[in-house]
Design a binder for this molecule. Structure first.
Ligand code: MRU
Length: 365
C-alpha cells in the first residue's frame, strides 16, 4: 500500500527531537550525544564558538544534524555579537561560517548549510529585504527553520521510498547511527524506512554494529530504536561478516556524510566493509541520504576523511584497553566505491546504477 507524505505524517510521530531552537532566549538546545544513553542532558548554545565546539566534540553529530546546528550557529553569531550595521553583520556571518565549517571536515551538510545561510543574508542585504540587523536575524531564523523542516520532509519521503525495499519479517543491518539523533529531527535517514515500517505494523528488526571507537551503534542506535519499541540486536563490528554469511540480514541500510556525482559514498568507518561483503553475498546494499548530502563538485581524492584523537582507540569511554603509547590510526569515515551499492535513496527518488549518469539527473531534478 502506498502512502502520501501527508498520510505518513499522521501515522508516524518522532519520539525524541534532539535539536530545539528557543526563540525567546535565542538559544539552541541540543541533546548531548556524548552522554547517551546513560544521561539525557540538553546543553544550551548561545554563540557560534560554542556551537562549533559542540560539533567538534560530537555532542551533536551526524551529517544532517550538524548542518541544522551550524545554520542556527550562524544566527547565534549575530544574536550574541549584535553588530550594529548590516555590513558588520555580513562580516560577522563570514567569520562564524569559517569557525563552523572547520569544526568537522567530512560531512558536506555543514558547509552546505552555512553557505546557504550566508548567501541568503547577502541577498537580503543587497535587495533591501532586511533594513536592519534585527530584520536580518528574523529572516535567517525562518531560513534555519526551513532547513529543519525540509530535512524532516526529506526523511519522510526517503522513508516511503525505503519502505518499497522492506518486506514483513526483514532484518536490516545498519552502521553507526543514521537515525533521528543524527539528523536532528527524530526520524533519521537509514532508519526512516524501519521506523515507518514499524509504525505501519510491519515486523522489522535491526542489527546494529557497535561502531568503534565512538560507539554510535551501541550507545545511540540501540537507544533510539528501543525508545520506539523496535527490535534491535547489538553486534561487535567484527561480527558483520558472519551475520550476513549466516543469512541473518535481508538488506543493508546506511546513511551518508557525502555522496559524489559518480556514486562514491563517504560514511562512518566500517561501511565499506559491509558493502563489499553484501555485494559478494548478493545482499542489497542501500544508502539513504537527503540531496543536501551530495557534493557534485569534488573528486574522491579531494574529500578529507576526518582522523580523530588516538585516545578514542586506546580507551573505551576513558578506560585504557592497550598500552598508552601505542601508535594509532583513527580515521572515522571510509569511502565505498559505487560498484558495491545497489541504490541510493533520496527524497527526490531512488538512484540506481550507473551512478555517474543518474546521480546528477535525480539530484538536480
Ligand atoms: O561521526 P558521526 O557520528 O558524525 O558520523 C555519522 C555518520 O557517519 C552517519 O552515518 C551519517 O552522518 C549519516 S546520518 C543520517
Amino acid at each position: 500500500m502506498k502512502f502520501s507524505l501527508k498520510e505518513i505524517k499522521e501515522i508516524y510521530k518522532p519520539k525524541l527531537i534532539p535539536i530545539i531552537w528557543r526563540d525567546d532566549s535565542n538559544t539552541l538546545s541540543i541533546l548531548d550525544q556524548s552522554l547517551l544513553p546513560f544521561q539525557k542532558v540538553f546543553i544550551d548554545l548561545k554563540d557560534a564558538e560554542s556551537t562549533a565546539l559542540a560539533i567538534k566534540n560530537m555532542q551533536v553529530r551526524g551529517a544532517p544534524a550538524i548542518g541544522i546546528t551550524a545554520a542556527y550557529g550562524m544566527i547565534l553569531s549575530l544574536t550574541s555579537k549584535r553588530p550594529s550595521t548590516l555590513q558588520d553583520a555580513i562580516k560577522e556571518l563570514s567569520r562564524a561560517k569559517q569557525i563552523l565549517d572547520s569544526a568537522r571536515p567530512t560531512a558536506v551538510n555543514l558547509i552546505w548549510a552555512t553557505s546557504r545561510m550566508l548567501k541568503l543574508a547577502e541577498t537580503y542585504v543587497e535587495n533591501g529585504n532586511a533594513k536592519n540587523v534585527n530584520e536580518l536575524i528574523q529572516l535567517l531564523k525562518s531560513e534555519a527553520k526551513k532547513i529543519f523542516d525540509e530535512e524532516y520532509e526529506a526523511e519522510l519521503q526517503m522513508g516511503l521510498y525505503g519502505l518499497e525495499k522492506i518486506n514483513d519479517n526483514d532484518t536490516i543491518l545498519t552502521q553507526c547511527n543514521a537515525g533521528g539523533l543524527a539528523t536532528g529531527t527524530g526520524l533519521g535517514t537509514a532508519l526512516a524506512p524501519v521506523k515507518l515500517a514499524h509504525a505501519l505494523g510491519i515486523n522489522v528488526s535491526v542489527i546494529a554494529p557497535e561502531t568503534r571507537p565512538w560507539l554510535q551503534g551501541s550507545r545511540l542506535t540501540v537507544y533510539e530504536l528501543l525508545e520506539e519499541g523496535i527490535k534491535v540486536t547489538l553486534i561487535t563490528d567484527t561480527a558483520v561478516g558472519l551475520v550476513m554469511y549466516k543469512g541473518m540480514v535481508n538488506s543493508v541500510m546506511v546513511g551518508a556524510d557525502r555522496i559524489l556525482s559518480d556514486g562514491h559514498v563517504f560514511n562512518k568507518i566500517g561501511t565499506f566493509k559491509e558493502a563489499v561483503i553484501a555485494h559478494e553475498l548478493g545482499i542489497p546494499f542501500y544508502v539513504l541520504a537527503p540531496t543536501s548530502s551530495f557534493d557534485l563538485k569534488s573528486n574522491v581524492n579531494d574529500v578529507k576523511i576526518e582522523e580523530r584523537d588516538p585516545n578514542e582507540v586506546r580507551t573505551i569511554r576513558g578506560i585504557p584497553i592497550t598500552l598508552e603509547n601505542v601508535n594509532v590510526y583513527n580515521p572515522v569515515f571510509d569511502v565505498t566505491p559505487p560498484k558495491y551499492i545497489t541504490a541510493i535513496i533520496t527524497e527526490k527518488g531512488i538512484i540506481y546504477p550507473p551512478f555517474s549518469e543518474n546521480v546528477k539527473k535525480i539530484v538536480n531534478k
